[in-house]
Design a protein around this ligand. Sequence first.
Ligand SMILES: NC(=O)C1=CN([C@@H]2O[C@H](COP(=O)(O)OP(=O)(O)OC[C@H]3O[C@@H](n4cnc5c(N)ncnc54)[C@H](OP(=O)(O)O)[C@@H]3O)[C@@H](O)[C@H]2O)C=CC1
Ligand SMILES: O=C(O)C(=O)Cc1ccc(O)cc1
Length: 475
Amino acid sequence: MSAKQPVVGIIGMGDMGRMYAKRLKAGGINTIYVCDKPGSYDSLVKEFEGTGIIPLENGHYVSRLSDFIIYSVEAAALTSVVREYGPSTKVGSVVAGQTSVKAPEKEAFEKWLPRDVGITSVHSLHGPTVTTEGQPLIIIHHRGPESNVRMVEDIFRSFKSRYVHLSYEEHDMVTANTQAVTHAAFLSMGTAWRNSSSYPWETARYVSGVEVVKVNITLRIYAAKWHVYAGLALLNPSAQSQIQQYSRSVTELFKLMVENRKEELENRVWESREKVFGWSKLQEPSSSASSPSSSSSASTITSDLKENGEIGKGRDPILLSEDILDQFSLGNKPSTREKESPNSHLSLLAMVDCWAKLGIRPYEHLAVAGTPVFMLWIGVAEYLFRSPTLLSSAIQAALSDRIHRPDDVEFVVAARGWSECVSFGNFDLYKKRFEETSNFFSPRFEEATKLGGRMIKAIQDMQAGKPTAGQPNVQ
Ligand SMILES: NC(=O)C1=CN([C@@H]2O[C@H](COP(=O)(O)OP(=O)(O)OC[C@H]3O[C@@H](n4cnc5c(N)ncnc54)[C@H](OP(=O)(O)O)[C@@H]3O)[C@@H](O)[C@H]2O)C=CC1
Ligand SMILES: O=C(O)C(=O)Cc1ccc(O)cc1
């Protein structure tokens, strides 16, 4: 960066704040002021001694000294934190928030920041242990001169992230589409396993192929902080209805299964396949086929972004390979005979049904603002839906298999429970639900996080055409 570079301030030194401070420093930003709650000042001073990152006692000091200030606090705390420190913001500076959900951030910034301060917000669409390189970094220019956008882009240049320019409203629509229902599916899988007191890696049903993704991502989510998921589910205006649709899809498909309404179940699954992926019934796309088509009604955000030239560019299919996935299993690979037990894949049938009902075009949203978790989830859905043989056998298993039926019952109960929890809008309830399951899985978190990181890296490398070294994706 040039000699007259901006001073960066970070309020909130949790996982993301720390990651930003270290990466920005390593990327050549000379002056970075940081703070957490005042009680953490002494430990921050010790931790950052000799790094060149400068801890201050509170957000007033950070705000008055910095040209670009990033609030990196819990979504539910953001309003009160901005109310407290916002009035101290340096004249002419630019403010951003790392918050995963932007509706409350927009309101808080408009209300509590002085008028002479610009708002150009950001959101890295990945967790703190994933490399920033190649990942989407959303930039939301809301208030102030256009030159502020260039400043923000320059500050983050060393991240080598892919800049995506959206409005506050577009951000919340895209992230609801990519994150809210995806998290609901994984949270429900975890709750279902916990309620049936079974560790998935201990049963042959969940240790190979696409099941490995289900297990690793579920554990990755439960190993992370509950408030990140609570914030985007409870505070994103579009999230609640989407999560409800997912639970409706799960329940309705399950009723068709247990009532043995074969034709209705088949029609519904094949129609959702065509609507979401654009493949007509029994058509098996060739492996080189590029992005599945956007055949029918697109969601509002899709068409808005298309006008902005952001999407519609298409995206290659993910083409997960069983061989790669098997390397990242938490359990022992079963014998072929055990592996052959068919699965209804209710969580996936319902996901594609839900996308179809909501008019969500997963590949298009992935191309704009996909997270690693979303990419893998689409990859798993694509794997099942791509092959008419596999999909037919999942439908058949849904109607007649009894081995997975208890898991499916638990899954229905869990999906409805999460949907109800989100509809109450209560953070304490969400936390309690989340922690019950997270405590159940916690003995495997360390291993699962490393393994999941390697799995994400291997699949991203595979997508980028790089050899899969399987090295950890953690810093
Ligand atoms: N983790 C992730 O994967 C991602 C998170 N985000 C978003 O980034 C934000 C931060 O998340 P993350 O870093 O994971 O969460 P953390 O809980 O790790 O960090 C938040 C930090 O903010 C601190 N804080 C709270 N109030 C204040 C205050 N008044 N002054 C200074 N610091 C304060 C918290 O302290 P205390 O712990 O004492 O409350 C905590 O250390 C969230 O809005 C999240 O949604 C965005 C992308 C990815
Ligand atoms: O990829 C996901 O969905 C994650 O779970 C990681 C994550 C969490 C919160 C964000 O705001 C962005 C990314």
